[in-house]
Design a protein around this ligand. Sequence first.
Ligand code: AMP
Length: 440
Amino acid sequence: MQTTALKTSKGFDSLNLIDPLCRAVNDEDYSIPTPIQMQAVPPLLEGRDLLGCAQTGTGKTAAFALPILQRLIENYQPAGHKGVRSLILTPTRELALQISESFEVYGRYLNLKQTVIYGGVRQEKQVKALKKGVDILVATPGRLLDLYNQKYLDLNKVEVFVLDEADRMLDMGFLPDVKKINSFISKNCQTMLFSATMPMEIQRLTKIFLNDPVKVEVAPPSTTVDKIDQRVLFVDRENKGALLNTMLQDEAIERALIFARTRHGANRIVRNLSKSKIKADAIHGNKSQAARLEALNKFKTGKVRVLVATDIASRGIDVDGITHVINYELPNEPESYVHRIGRTARAGAAGMALSLCDLGELGYLKKIERATKIPVEMMEDHIYHSETIASKRGRSSSFKSRTSQKKRFYGPRTSSRKNNRSPSNRIRRQRGRPSRSRKA
Ligand code: AMP
């Protein structure tokens, strides 16, 4: 293991990070910085603004967290009563918690104060933490604005401002709140904006928010993560449940994230799976915050092998070791498809995306293939295969199945993944903490 340690310190040393940060990434067994970390850390350490166009799972959190931590410790000054020194805005509660946990992990050898605030829970604890002042505040826009209007925090002294997943903020209708928050922050502060895609509205936002930014792009917008093995299974709508059950009998599917279009649909899938004794949980907006976190935690720790999610709820899911993303229903937007399948094959590992496509969804499949410029290979070796749908889709040779010779039907091409290595789980294991869901 000495080689890993040497490689790690060399890789991150080249970024001019201070020793406590190198030690923290070393503890995480990160051998080399990811491309976005290589490109973003040096200009951020120089204090530049940054526009980051990055796919999910690229290591983007460390790319901004490490330079922020370094800046906060090198120019240390107490945050003061209700003061906030760095603010990270992110669209969902789950994402806010994960970013906060990453700060905890990367900053474990620094003595900086941080807290996380989000809606859906009582505000008292959050207010108490804010009163003392914090070096790092991770927040969702609604609750932040709410507490700001109640005068529980002071944004005058913010030195670094991060807007994460800006395109999601747009989708979820948060842009007016975000603009308002930005107007409370000093124009001199260092600002970073990250977005997986760059629609016009986000491009306009960058002009208001950023001052001569460095542009870092680790993959062009709407590109499928190329490590993902994508397949489509043609099946009549009424057979989807049965097909899913048979698929999940395959042990190659170690940890699966299943996407449903609606909340009711997600619940129905969980109920059907439980009839076949397949343990599954659902995560969607109708569930309480505590129930969502509990489901996520059970999935992360491997107590539940299958998690069923809707698109919005899936935003914050950063779980390593998802071997399969299953689209029970295809999304009508190619961008959602790209986001969904990006939940597997994270941090350089391989993964598989399986889409169940009925006749009515053929148009969505075409749109996806047109946008990603990758034909999705058909998998026909299952008893619910619909020849009618397959022939409607067209029998171009590039779309034909090559899976029939495969022994492990649903296994990805490679399986070099570490088990459950997210910073959050690691820190929890080390500290022997109870699951977060019980605290929420
Ligand atoms: P993110 O894109 O920030 O959500 O990161 C995705 C995953 O990559 C997280 O589980 C991180 O723990 C992991 N990760 C971040 N940086 C590295 C690195 N340099 N080497 C290996 N894994 C990393």
